[in-house]
Design a protein around this ligand. Structure first.
Ligand SMILES: *Cc1c(COP(=O)(O)O)cnc(C)c1O
Length: 216
């Protein structure tokens, strides 16, 4: 598939859901992809990308940002507290705020740098023990904690369990966001982004459907 096909499918899904054209942002997930493929997508005019590792992103995005000034990169993978400084320097948004210690340290580092990426709180809607994210039962309290720290929380993020219908998880994420007055919804990947758009996604994270399979 190509970038333009994915964009068309997003527009169609927006229209089908009665949503305004352009209300969904496409994050092209470039993790593990060779630089030549990323360069090609940049040359097609796309400017919003996602990476799941701080170190990997540091290895390519400062270079691409010099070449394409208006590029934005979002962190969509887990953030270790020892990488907070680099993460705030490099990323335009962080989708994986998920624990009090991380939230406190992010708040301190934002003060120190005088700049801040937008932030999403990751919710573990499937309550999978191996997966990052706040459980739905703890979500309201944690969102409040982050707001008390003045973190710029703009929404929630989810990675649904692999073998379950994602729509149930998208709907739950939306419900938690709505009751907390949050409007951003980071949900939907290559296999389910249209369903996510139907349920209100504001940011879809699409990797392999744009770039091809990742070669680990
Ligand atoms: C890799 C990744 C994606 C993209 O997955 P695809 O199936 O390649 O679209 C989306 N979100 C997160 C958090 C990821 O790590």
């Amino acid at each position: 598939m190509s970038l333009s096909e994915i964009k068309t499918r997003i527009r169609n899904a927006e229209e089908l859901a009665g949503r305004q054209a352009g209300s969904v942002q496409l994050i092209a997930v470039s993790k593990v992809q060779p630089n030549a493929r990323v360069q090609a997508v940049l040359e097609q005019g796309h400017r919003l990308f996602g990476e799941n590792k701080v170190q990997e992103a540091q290895g390519k995005w400062p270079m691409f940002k010099e070449q394409f000034a208006d590029v934005q990169v979002h962190l969509i993978g887990p953030l270790q507290t020892n990488k907070i400084k680099s993460a705030i320097e490099l990323f335009d948004a962080i989708h994986t705020v998920d624990r009090p210690k991380l939230a406190r340290k992010l708040a301190t580092e934002i003060q120190a740098q005088g700049k801040s990426p937008d932030m999403f709180i990751q919710i573990n809607t499937g309550e999978e023990p191996q997966k990052a994210g706040v459980s739905p039962a703890d979500a309201d309290t944690f969102i409040q904690e982050c707001q008390d720290l003045d973190l710029p929380i703009i929404g929630l993020m989810v990675i649904p369990p692999v073998n379950e219908e994602p729509s149930l998880h998208f709907a739950l994420l939306r419900k938690i966001a709505e009751r907390n007055g949050l409007t951003g919804l980071s949900m939907g990947m290559s296999s389910d982004f249209e369903r996510a758009v139907a349920l209100g996604a504001t940011h879809v994270r699409v990797g392999s459907a744009i770039f091809g399979e990742r070669d680990y």
